[in-house]
Design a protein around this ligand. Sequence first.
Ligand SMILES: [Mg+2]
Length: 259
Amino acid sequence: MDRLREATTWLCDMDGVLLGPNGLIPGADTFVERVRERGHGLQVVTNNSLFTPDEIVERMAKVGLSMRPEEIWTSAMAAASYVSDGTRATRVFAIGRPAIHDALSDFGCVVDASTAEVVVLAETRNYDFDEFARAVQLIDQGAAFVATNPEPTSPTLNGPVPGCGAMAALIERATGVAPHIVGKPNPGMIRSGLARLGVDTAQAVLVGDRIETDVVAGAQAGLTTVLVLSGVTTLEEVGQAVTAPDIIVGSLGELVHLL
Ligand SMILES: [Mg+2]
């Protein structure tokens, strides 16, 4: 608990932590309010690569959570940061929604479907055969293969639909090249998020609902980890997991008195 009291930056997963299937998870608004009162930093770290920061802020506002675009770090942004060289424009071919295209352009990458050095695969609801064919050809010619997130499915109101992880497996099967997956459980996503804030790992806490992705990524990046039971992982599953969280609470609201 002392480590929580010393924390000044909160990295929160989005789905299952702040947002549930029926909107805001009770207490999440009180938590965010308290973080603001204390002058602490807040960053939403999500594997969701469908939405731009502005779209996520809008989604949050609809359920009464006031966030700023700079407080959002998605696997699309982390992938763009991973791919970008910093000194010159990396040539990329990307599959996904504006979330990945905007992020790549923000990090100085340029789209070049004929000579791309990197193929970046993200989530979309409109996967296109011709784009997959191009991706396969580019990887065959030596382009690197990067995927934003590992989830095999993505939940929708009609049930699960194929996710980035499943579509990445399709390309891997066609090329024999496994993707570098940027999203959690890759601790690189946590490190790049912290680097963006200029915050040291010792001051930061990772809050997530998936023990195998959120907690693993946070722990491997050296952060204190909190598992909330308001999402996917149940208390029974905690015992079987390889990595244990530092603290387990029912939901974000239970952390309020510790801030
Ligand atoms: Mg989650």
